[in-house]
Design a protein around this ligand. Structure first.
Ligand code: AMP
Ligand code: ZN
Length: 136
């Protein structure tokens, strides 16, 4: 993909701090970290989002996320860990090349990944259940 910054980073055309690299992925430090050690898993092939990425590669990305969570937690002695993956502008995606955020968490940090819990009504439950079942 021309003009995709993460394609260029993943291929090595644009430099980034690489924590890990293999045939399919590059893991880099985020330039605007939410916390110390915030990293991104980038597939080397361009897929815009979770809808486009093939299942097998998505599976590999999750396995790598698990490995990186272990490594980063040991290395940085963080107290918790978030794995975040945004799809589409309303969901907060700003770079339209699939990526997974690896966010080490520290006791008392101010990383804001919370929401105000709503209410699951009977009506919503029934509607969602029937709509989702129809899509499988
Ligand atoms: P998202 O909002 O989920 O699309 O995440 C995009 C992330 O990419 C943000 O956390 C940015 O800080 C990060 N980012 C954007 N450009 C770069 C870059 N050149 N190197 C490293 N991280 C970047
Ligand atoms: Zn790309």
């Amino acid at each position: 993909m021309e003009n995709c910054i993460f394609c260029k980073i993943a291929s090595g055309e644009i430099p980034a701090t690489t924590l890990y690299e293999d045939q399919d992925f590059r893991v880099i430090l985020d330039l605007g970290p939410a916390s110390k050690g915030h990293a991104l898993i980038l597939p080397k092939e361009h897929y815009a989002n979770i809808y486009e990425i093939p299942e097998e590669l998505a599976g590999k990305a999750m396995i790598l996320a698990k490995k990186m969570a272990n490594v980063l937690t040991r290395a940085l002695k963080c107290d918790g860990f978030n794995i975040v993956q945004n799809n589409g502008e309303p969901a907060g995606q700003t770079v339209f090349h699939f990526h997974m955020h690896l966010i080490p968490r520290y006791e008392g940090d101010q990383v804001g990944l919370t929401w105000n819990p709503g209410n699951l009504t009977e009506e919503d439950k029934e509607e969602i259940l029937s709509k989702v079942k129809a899509e499988f």
